[in-house]
Design a protein around this ligand. Structure first.
Ligand code: SF4
Length: 410
């Protein structure tokens, strides 16, 4: 494999790695990746550090592939502290793969509610079905079969097979991209395909012959606890004297990061359609941010004036549901953020009048008492509105002020 590393002299401290200016680098050659001596020293120090500093986590008490799998999927894009209670509830509800496969998708999503990136939960549910059908209800040991499961990409595959079965499989995720970039003093864009090949080659080269799972976990722990994005704790790092980035004082430049796009303001409306004490909920289709979750009719709002907003509510509810409605009070405003979108959600109330037309793609719909919403998976903002309905907002009850902007999870 060939990589173009960039213009700068690529010099790794302590004579470990050397590469000349603007040259093509062949990662199959030992002059790019660490020497055997460097690797031995690094592994020994890393494992020693991990023994002393590994945090306790419920999924680390076992090597059960199912638990490792659940934890790895939940940990994608999500902090450990957030995941722990979700993991415990999930395992209590679905203790093994057949139990997960037998669950309804709504039950799975309800337990995932608030964790965000709901596609992960739906894919896990599908993968559990595949394992029951084709693998006797077990997580397959061979990389080929495991790699074909829904939602199991290269990182997840490496993590599960190494941790659960001690397979010699590398891993690369956000924390290890940063750590390995610094250990290689790689100052190019780590998201580029050639850089990714280099980093995967490094992750593979570092793997010990045995206990690859423990080694991979130690790498991730070091990346998340010590080799921090800003202000890495080099003085506490077992690789301090091995690290060329630290030697060059370039920790704040490596890895190169892209500027985040500025947040985008979005204005949306959610409509609580009421009929004989019940409210209307519909299931979101299989695409988009909240695929598979239940929701109030919700859409982007373009009108500004109150009368125009009312006309827009009537028209859009009609398009979505086929129902004719009469707008009533504005209930509240919920501010929340989803990735880079800062959403202002205006929550309105409307009275059901009649079935007007049959919409083209009619969603699955339910009329529910507010207390019955509890059983259905909703987005975080949908749940907030649902809780306000249970408390009696609307229908003559006093309208509360704006709810606070919620966290980035959806
Ligand atoms: S010495 Fe500093 S920059 Fe280098 S790997 Fe350790 S924490 Fe990261």
């Amino acid at each position: 494999m060939m990589f173009r590393i960039g213009d700068e002299l690529y010099h790794v401290a302590h004579g470990i790695l050397m590469a000349k200016q603007d040259r093509r680098i062949d990662t199959s050659h030992t002059d790019v990746l660490p020497t055997s001596e460097w690797k031995r020293t690094f592994r020994r120090r890393l494992i020693g550090w991990y023994r002393r500093h590994a945090r306790e986590m419920p999924w680390r008490e076992t090597r059960d592939p199912y638990r490792v799998w659940v934890s790895e999927i939940m940990l994608q894009q999500t902090q450990v502290a957030t995941v722990v209670p979700y993991f415990e509830r999930f395992i209590a509800a679905f203790p093994d793969i057949p139990a997960l496969a037998a669950a309804r998708e709504d039950e799975v999503l309800r337990l995932w509610e608030g964790l965000g990136y709901y596609r992960r939960a739906r894919q896990m549910h599908k993968a559990a079905g595949v394992m029951v059908e084709k693998h006797d209800g077990r997580f397959p040991r061979d990389a080929n079969s495991a790699g074909q499961l829904p939602g199991v990409g290269r990182y997840t595959l490496g993590a599960i097979l190494s941790i659960a079965f001690d397979a010699r499989q590398p891993i690369l995720e956000a924390n290890t991209v940063r750590l390995l970039s610094r250990l290689l003093a790689f100052d190019g864009d780590p998201t580029r395909a050639d850089a990714q090949r280099l980093l995967w080659a490094m992750a593979e080269a570092l793997l010990p012959r045995r206990e690859a799972g423990r080694f991979n976990q130690a790498l991730m722990e070091l990346g998340s606890q010590i080799c921090l994005p800003r202000g890495p704790r080099c003085e506490d790092c077992p690789a301090m004297t091995l690290c060329p980035t630290r030697a060059a004082g370039r920790q704040e430049e490596i890895p190169r990061t892209k500027k985040k796009p500025p947040p985008e303001e979005v204005r949306e409306a959610a409509v609580v359609v009421r009929r004989r004490g019940k409210v209307l909920l519909l299931r979101r289709d299989n695409a988009g941010r909240w695929a598979g979750l239940w929701d109030f009719p919700r859409f982007e709002l373009s009108s500004q004036r109150a009368d125009a907003v009312q006309r827009e509510l009537v028209e859009k509810v009609r398009q979505m549901t086929g129902f004719s409605v009469q707008p009533e009070a504005k209930l509240t405003t919920i501010k929340h953020s989803v990735t880079r979108f800062r959403i202002t959600l205006e929550c309105h109330e409307a009275r059901y009048l009649r079935q007007d037309v049959e919409p083209q793609n009619r969603p699955e719909m339910r009329w529910l008492l507010p207390e019955e919403l509890e059983a259905f998976p909703l987005s975080v903002s949908g749940r907030k509105l649902g809780c306000l309905l249970v408390e009696g907002i609307g229908s003559g009850a006093p309208v509360s002020g704006s709810a606070k902007r919620s966290s980035a999870k959806t």
